[in-house]
Design a protein around this ligand. Structure first.
Ligand SMILES: *Cc1c(COP(=O)(O)O)cnc(C)c1O
Length: 426
């Protein structure tokens, strides 16, 4: 695909990354800001020369690294000195042992919530953007851009501000106020588009081919192969935090499906590198019923994902035509997992369940994963006797609208004891 390359590919040095390779036909291309195969139009991903042969040494090196995704720099397409540059240093978020939630759900094998609300802009997107920024720097881009369902726009705005790059990001015009404000506050340009995320994404693809988008790095379009690798760090962290052990089951949200696909890639790399013992794991995908094209395809036994028009409160997951949908189906089937969905009422219920049992306030995407986990247990699909990790990928403060109508003060009283007694809370 003819996309303008600002720096020539021979100058490019991104750690262990050696090439781009087509996920469909395997054809290889030099590292550059391209995302589709010239031969078959399949998506490109990073091919590595990973540090094999000394797992103990690699493990020690990682453990001695910074408390951020950069501890895994030897496994990422980033320069070796990445931790020294001005950037957001996301990752190494907490893995919460969720014993009270486990009791409510009947999980006996150990239940954990990987809480990515603790990232710098309060969603998992800081991970993927951090990697894309390094690629943008390497390719000489001066403007950082994206099509976003909300969280990505904020992560790009913040990362660009910190790196001293211009940003111009695109979102559907009708997002939650928390997402819009967070996308705008870092001082870059924010453009609301009258349409769905899929319209926004199509528009960005047009912009890349136009002189108006020249010199722009779209983190999830022309920098997508680099961006996508950031999700591997979730797999690395979960295993390291479990004591260098694979979980038996993971429940992962699906928007484009990239995160789920790369978590699987990250787990397989840890096995290949000898950092964890090779044993079976199952990956479950979670969608909102109002945008469940992958779940539907899974249940109907299809290999192709039929696009839908999203209508759900889980706006961060509202991608009607998910690019990685077919790969998600492959992974769910290969690992013995499943893809399931829950309606908006169950999403809200699950947000409150997680908050009430564990003190973790998730955004709607976290309501989707917790709600799907509950449903999968009720349906006998997820095995409650196995170690299970559920992802919360964003902060509830960004989606207050979802819970505000059914959450508030227990009472409003006058400032005296009689009034308090009358309220029946003593
Ligand atoms: C973007 C996003 C995801 C996952 O997106 P993919 O496109 O599937 O990688 C999950 N949760 C939240 C909160 C997000 O913003």
């Amino acid at each position: 695909m003819a996309v303008q390359t600002v720096a020539s590919s021979t100058d490019i040095s991104l750690g262990p990354a050696v090439a781009l390779s087509c996920r469909e036909c395997g054809e290889r291309f030099p590292l550059g800001p391209v995302f589709a195969c010239e031969m078959c139009f399949g998506p490109l991903e990073i091919a590595y020369d990973l540090p094999t042969g000394d797992p103990e040494g690699l493990r020690k090196r990682i453990e001695a690294g910074p408390n951020s995704i950069w501890r895994y720099a030897p496994l990422l397409p980033v320069p070796a000195d990445v931790a020294d540059k001005p950037n957001m240093n996301p990752g190494f978020t907490r893995l919460v042992k969720a014993d009270r939630l486990a009791r409510e759900l009947g999980v006996t094998g150990g239940l954990y919530v990987k809480d990515d609300s603790g990232n710098p802009t309060h969603s998992f997107k800081d991970r993927v953007v951090a990697i894309a920024v390094e690629a943008a720097r390497a390719f000489g881009f001066t403007t950082l851009s994206c099509s976003s369902t909300g969280n990505l726009a904020g992560a790009v705005g913040a990362a660009a501000a910190r790196a001293g790059l211009r940003s111009c990001v695109f979102i559907p015009h009708d997002l939650e106020q928390g997402k819009v404000v967070m996308a705008a506050v870092y001082g870059g340009d924010l453009v609301g588009i009258e349409g769905t995320y899929d319209d926004v994404n199509r528009f960005c693809s047009e912009l890349i081919g136009d002189p108006a988008g020249e010199g722009w790095g779209f983190v999830n379009v022309n920098l997508r192969p680099y961006y996508a690798e950031g999700s591997k760090t979730l797999a690395y962290e979960i295993c390291e935090q479990l004591g260098w052990r694979l979980p038996d089951q993971l429940v992962v949200p699906i928007a484009s499906g990239s995160q789920l696909t790369k978590i699987d890639k990250g787990l397989r790399e840890l096995i290949e590198l000898g950092l964890v013992e090779d044993r079976p794991y199952r990956i479950f995908g979670a969608q909102a019923e109002g945008c469940s094209p992958v779940s539907r395809a899974f249940k109907e036994g299809h290999d192709v994902v039929r696009p839908v028009r999203p209508d759900t409160i889980a706006k961060s997951l509202a991608i009607g035509n998910p690019a990685d949908g077919p790969y998600v189906l492959d992974i769910a089937r290969r690992t013995g997992g499943a893809v399931e969905d829950v309606d908006d009422a169950r999403i809200v219920e699950a947000i409150k369940l997680l908050a009430r049992t564990e003190g973790v306030f998730a955004e709607t995407a976290g309501g989707v994963t917790v709600g799907v986990t509950k449903k999968l247990i009720e349906d006998g699909v997820l095995d409650p006797s196995l170690t299970t990790v559920v992802l919360n990928t964003g902060d509830g403060l960004k989606t207050l609208d979802a819970v505000a109508p059914t959450t508030g003060p227990s009472a409003i009283i006058r400032p005296n004891l009689d009034s308090f007694r009358e309220a029946g809370l003593a």
